[in-house]
Design a protein around this ligand. Structure first.
Ligand SMILES: CC(=O)Nc1ccn([C@H]2C[C@H](O)[C@@H](CO)O2)c(=O)n1
Length: 109
């Protein structure tokens, strides 16, 4: 049996990190390879492009989410317009109907 270690690092596109660091973005939608976060864990956030530490977040929940079910609720939590969010997810995870919603809260420094 293979055991996946609980991750303690998460990357975001650099242009999205101000939304995470300000507490405006409270979910992210990832594929199964990035779904192994555990509620209660403190996770370090880094920029994807430059690997610069941005802030810490605490994971609140990890729940399955179909691409087809992404709606205005998710867009609000992501702090992005719905059409932009769906385009971005489709680009990052092409043809992946089964995704995961990771809810988190900013850990104030
Ligand atoms: C490896 C990596 O950093 N991948 C991702 C994947 C998604 N995002 C953003 C884009 C949207 O705001 C949401 C979609 O869930 O998360 C990201 O920044 N980096």
């Amino acid at each position: 049996m293979s055991v996946v270690p609980v991750p303690t690092k998460m990357t975001f596109f650099e242009f999205l990190t101000p939304l995470v660091a300000s507490g405006q973005k409270t979910i992210t939608i990832r594929d199964s390879s990035e779904s192994h976060y555990q509620p209660g864990t403190i996770v370090e956030v880094f920029t994807l492009e430059t690997d610069v530490k941005v802030c810490d977040i605490v994971i609140l929940a990890v729940e399955p989410l179909a691409f087809a079910d992404i709606n205005e609720f998710h867009a609000t939590q992501e702090s992005l317009p719905l059409d932009e969010l769906k385009q971005l997810i489709h680009k990052v995870y092409p043809d992946q109907p089964r995704l995961f919603m990771i809810s988190f809260s900013l850990v104030e420094a």
